[in-house]
Design a protein around this ligand. Structure first.
Ligand code: ZN
Length: 477
């Protein structure tokens, strides 16, 4: 069954009220990465608890312990676990969103106060920190609950809600909580599928469903030699220089076209199927879109499906920086004694960090040995995470696709993201259910950036989308 018309009517009629709700949430600067803002993150949790309870949700604020931040030990903000409905004849949908935000100061280059929602009537933009990432989507669920309550419509599914306040700071404490609350008799017991609204459309036009995220392995490659920094006029060509060795080795990792040169890496990648290739060919995205988002005409190929597959379904290797190198202005003639090159590989199925580590470390050592240098090399993995992919033909995706058609009048694109949302994999693995990423905002929302915005239409249509999705899920076999 489609969502009752009364529901979407209510959402349209109460658009301004929902925008006020977003303004209230944006006004609480719940920055998780700065100890001096911690009280605001707690205030945000308290605000949401009251909102959810007023709509009939049973809420628990779960303490997650302490953390070290800015040299002091402080309390982690709580996870919000909420429950509504316990009808054995209904499906149970798990929901995740986060209520913390990235830091923002007007001096960063914002045109308006980042913590005062600016409603731009002309462009329809709702501008403020967290509008799109992730307060708008989180409040979308609360708007949906309100629409049901106020219209006297019973929810078509049971809901288990998990909202966290540390997403922008590594989701500290959340993995353990999910593991702890999975299994018989625990909070997440009985969840049939999961929905996360915390990403974006690929472009500014076409709604999408996201079924994959890349993982990552991040490396530090250190070369040491002299006992101290040396003068090139005195030691140049007399000794082996660490920087020369490092540049040689780093140049053997990836080609300017993006091909990874570490042997064996490409063999780990799941082969491309015909069906999958077609999915990329049908995505609404062009080389112009790539150029616009990169700010220059620098795509590695002229064929858009190749470029998109490079971001979504193939691994990539990027060189990030060199620690210890001379980088200040001027012409210092130093020979640095110790330099560390930083690079990372984005992982896709079926690459496992442990296999990638082995191949990378072996290869780097081999490349270094070929230099016949008397310097020393060390390679370490600074952090890693597995890739995630869901089955996009699962009923959870079918329901979201039907909901998108009902609200936007068009089929959504099926996309994978180049980046990572690690909690996605935790939900998928700990609960063993299909996880759907159902974005509300557009590709140009500027999450984490200055002048972050959510378009009014994305907020209001997006609220309808979340509500309609629940109704579509309820009728899935
Ligand atoms: Zn987010």
């Amino acid at each position: 069954m489609a969502a009752p018309a009364k529901l979407t009517e209510y959402i349209d009629q109460n658009a301004d009220k929902f925008i006020d709700r977003l303004a209230k949430a944006v006004a609480i600067p719940s920055v998780s990465g700065d100890a001096s803002y911690r009280q605001h993150v707690f205030d945000m949790a308290t605000y949401l608890k009251a909102e959810l309870e007023s709509l009939g949700v049973k809420v628990t604020l779960v303490e997650l312990g302490k953390q070290m931040l800015d040299g002091q030990e402080i309390q982690l903000p709580p996870a919000i676990l909420g429950e509504i409905g316990n009808d054995k004849n209904k499906k149970t949908v798990g929901l995740y969103a986060h209520y913390d935000v990235q830091p923002a100061l007007i001096t960063d280059g914002w045109d308006t106060d980042p913590f005062k929602l600016c409603v731009d009537k002309e462009t329809g933009r709702l501008i403020g920190r967290g509008s799109s990432d992730d307060k708008g989507p989180l409040l979308g669920w609360i708007n949906v609950l309100e629409a049901h309550v106020k219209q006297g419509i019973e929810l078509p599914v049971n809901l288990k809600i998990c909202f966290e306040g540390m997403e922008e700071s590594g989701s500290e404490g959340l993995d353990e909580l999910i593991q702890r609350e999975a299994g018989p008799g625990k909070f997440f017991d009985g969840v049939d599928c999961f929905c996360i609204s915390d990403n974006y459309w690929l472009n500014t036009r076409t709604p999408c469903l996201t079924y994959g995220l890349r993982g990552i392995c991040y490396y530090k490659l250190t070369i040491t030699g002299p006992g101290r920094d040396l003068h090139s006029g005195v030691f140049g060509r007399m000794v082996h220089e660490p920087m020369t060795d490092l540049i040689q080795v780093m140049s053997k990792l990836v080609t300017p076209q993006g091909d990874i040169l570490v042997p064996g890496i490409n063999d780990l990648v799941a082969p491309l199927t015909d069906e999958e290739r077609k999915r990329y060919e049908s995505l609404d995205y062009s080389i112009d879109d790539v150029d616009a988002s990169a700010g220059a005409s620098i795509a590695v190929a002229s064929d858009i499906s190749t470029v998109l597959m490079n971001r979504m379904r193939y691994p990539s290797l990027s060189l990030h920086g060199i620690e210890g190198a001379f980088y200040a202005p001027g012409a210092k003639t130093v020979i640095p004694a110790k330099v560390s090159g930083k690079f990372s590989i984005r992982l896709v199925p079926d690459m496992l960090p442990v296999d990638v580590d082995r191949l990378v470390i072996d290869y780097v050592q081999k490349c270094f040995a070929q230099l016949n240098s008397k310097n020393k090399v060390e390679v370490e993995n600074l952090h890693g995470g597995k890739p995630w992919m869901a089955d996009p033909t699962h009923w959870n995706y079918v329901a979201a696709s039907k909901a998108t058609e009902a609200v936007y009048g068009r089929k959504p694109d099926l996309t994978r993201e180049g980046g990572s949302i690690p909690v996605t994999l935790t939900f998928a693995e700990a609960l063993g259910v299909n996880v759907l990423l159902l974005p509300m905002g557009r590709g140009d929302d500027g999450a984490h950036s200055t002048n972050e915005k959510l378009d009014r239409s994305n907020y209001i249509q997006g609220t309808k989308l979340l509500g309609t999705y629940l109704w579509e899920v309820s009728k899935c076999a």
